[in-house]
Each structure stands twice: as structure tokens, then as C-alpha cells.
Design a protein around this ligand. Sequence first.
Ligand SMILES: [Ca+2]
Length: 320
Amino acid sequence: MKARDKTLVLVGFTMALVFLAISAQAAVAADLLPDLQMAAITDIKLDQTTFSDRKLLRFTAVIANEGAGPLELHGSRPDTNTSEMSVTQRIYDDSGGFRDVPTNATMYYAGDGHHHWHTKNLETAELDQMDSFAQVAKYAKQGFCFADGGKFRPSLPGAPTSPVYTTCGTDPNQLTTTMGLSVGQGDWYTWDVAFQWIDITGVPSGRYRLFLTADAAGWFQDADQTNNGTWADVLLGPKGVSVLDYGPSAIPDPGYYFPGRAVPPPDSTASGNQPQSAASGNPARPISATRHHRKHKAKKHRRHHRKHKARRHHHRKHRR
Ligand SMILES: [Ca+2]
């Protein structure tokens, strides 16, 4: 081979190596996506005292992040005359970088007794008639100041040892705010906070499915969008409610979540648990919840049932 040819071969070989190196680097930087899931619904109870003429179905809801990265949302608006902030999701990657992607979510400020910014409809809840799947009632709550409320699955890789996201922004004049839910953290809404109910006044006695879904509209990038819902089948009577069955739900580390527990763990910052406000307007019906509903009505139902029976047994055992 002539010297010139050798040089060409060498140049070609070097270029191929550089190309491979760049490709390898690009392939290495993988997204660390959140994986929102709902914990098993607890504290399901009938409330006839908050309003003397209304019947409320109360429950405790926990949104857990069991993904590889946080759910981090950045809200912004051009000026204070614009009431809602538009929202981008910051997605971190495993090489230490991040990118911001636009979403259809919105944030708003509610000043009626609880002053901070909220992400609209981060979680949705509805009550469906058991046989027809027809929705009979839905969540009063629409605003979510979500944050690291307490450890849910701290054994996950990347889970922080202490809360990272602890505030939603409290100034009505601010133009930007950040909310987030870290890996392994839970965002708690206990049964006794404001608007943490479904108004079931006039709903006849019978069997119903209570459905909770995180990001039902699919606004955010999530490692698995099909596991965002959970449910409980309930029997509504004139004087009370009893739980017949539970659907699949986020799995906590042992000792970090107890069905029936009304208060979050001691390390909680409690920012997700304070009374919050509902906005005017109606939330969209959670489409993915309906999908879950039908899916779990099918043969998988029995398997989930066994699994959850075992889990409930575990929790009972652990409480002792
Ligand atoms: Ca998910």
C-alpha cells in the first residue's frame, strides 16, 4: 500500500473511532424519568359533619415516585396580569445533564386561606358505579401543591435521604416557581385536608369503585404511564362505607406506609398535607383511569387481588 493510501486508511479509521465515541456518549446519557404511582387508598370514610346537608366520601391519597428521576416542574408566566403559569418538565439524565420539555399542565395561585401555587389536576379521583363503570361523582380537590412529603420507598437508587422539594411558592406576584417529587418520596393528602373528598350527596347505596389517578391526562413524561392509577371497591350504605377490595398500587418499603394511618411519617415536611384549595371549573375525566378500570376488571383482577391480600397481610403483621 502506498503511503498516501495508508494515510487515507488511517484518517478513515480515526473518523470511524470518533464517530463511535460520539455515538457511545449519546447512548450513555439516558433519561432519568419519574414513575408516578398511587399508594393504596386508606382512611376511606363517610363524612356527614363538615357540611350538615352534604355527604362526603373522604380518603387519604399518596402519590409516590418510584422512578429513576424526580418529577420536577417549572412554572412561569410573563407578568402578574397572567393568572396561570405554563409548565415545563425538567428531565435529568444519567450524565448529569437535563432538558426542559413543554407540557400542557398549568399552575395557579389560590389565596383563599391557603396561600401558595398549585399544579392543576395532578391527581384525579372519581367514583364509578360498579357494573356500568359510569362515573357518579368526582374529586372536589383540583389544586396540588406537591412536594416531598415523606419517605415512601427510600431504598430506590437515587432516593434522597432528606426532602429536596419542600415548597410550591407562596408569593402571589411571583413569575416563576418550581415543584417536585423526588425518587422514593410520597406526596401525601390525608383524608382530613380541605377538598380531599368526593361529594356523594344523593348517590344511592350500592357498590362503587373509587378511582385515583396521578397525571390522568398524561401531561408528564413518566417511565410507565399505565401504572398511575389505583382503586378500591366500596359498599356505600346509608350510614357508612366499607371496603370490599383493593386494586394494584405503589409498593412502599416495609415500615414506610401503613394503610389506615392518618398521619404521614415523622420526617414529613407536611407540605402536601395542609389544607388546599379547589379551583373553579371541572377537571377532565381521567381517560387512563377508565382504561385501568376495564383492564383490572378482567382476569388480571384475581392475580392482583391475591397480591394485595398478601400485601395487606404484610402491613397488618408489620403494625403489630
Ligand atoms: Ca407511572
